[in-house]
Design a protein around this ligand. Sequence first.
Ligand code: IPD
Ligand code: CA
Ligand code: CA
Length: 280
Amino acid sequence: MARSALLNVMTQAAMKAGRSLIRDFGEVQNLQVSMKGPADFVSNADRRAEEIVFQELSRVRPDWGFVMEERGTVEGRDPQHRWIVDPLDGTTNFLHGIPMFAVSIALERDGQLVAGVILNPAMDELYTAEKGGGAFLNDRRIRVAARKTLPEALFGTGIPFLGRGDHAGFLYELRQIMGETSGVRRMGAAALDLAYVAAGRLDGFWEEALQPWDVAAGAVLVREAGGFLSGLTGEKFDHMRGDIACGNEFMHKALVDQLKKARAQRRRASAPAAETPAAD
Ligand code: IPD
Ligand code: CA
Ligand code: CA
């Protein structure tokens, strides 16, 4: 399969950053045992990867802007195009020596997502998609799974953690969904969760309060693989907002219905108890 010039540019940048991450990932294992621990090293690995993507993409498209996790927003001279980049998605996995992390690069044109590349360099898995052109894993066409019912579904999610997200609200969602499905996975890299939905490995995925760089490339992949995306309760998907629920047509709808039920349960549980009539 011949990749477009645009996807080639994005793939080259992701692969170069991926090689740098793999070198650093090898070091993390040694650093685990050092006194200082690997946290500083990992944030440097993250910055190195971001610098590579920034340099590579700026070299070939000097006028295009960026939204990057570390660098923030960089305005380009071309107001139409900007790259949305997470140089290392799955930082906590990387830090713990777990090979589930990714470089994620998306292109926005006039505010619409038009291309996405996600690379898991530890597993040599490259996911690419361009609007209207389909989605691919290592150049083989991928599609969302065909399963239609909740009991056969495997969903991915992101669990809020120390200092982040709505812990109580998430527990309502999990209680609702784990009771209806084959299982729930927490992979630790939202870009890969979305790539896995596109590849039909997961039937769907939901997570709250993500960032544009966590979801942008994955959203293109899911759409191009035939999937549906929205906010958590079915509102229009907006990659700048970062709440996401997705799956094939059936699973997406079923997931959103479950998430709505979870919200209703939470509301009921936190509503003041109705006054009990006094006994006479
Ligand atoms: C994180 C991962 C994780 C998600 C977090 C993100 P990072 O990104 O995508 O799966 O649950 O909310 O922040 O920090 O590893 O780039
Ligand atoms: Ca991320
Ligand atoms: Ca990151």
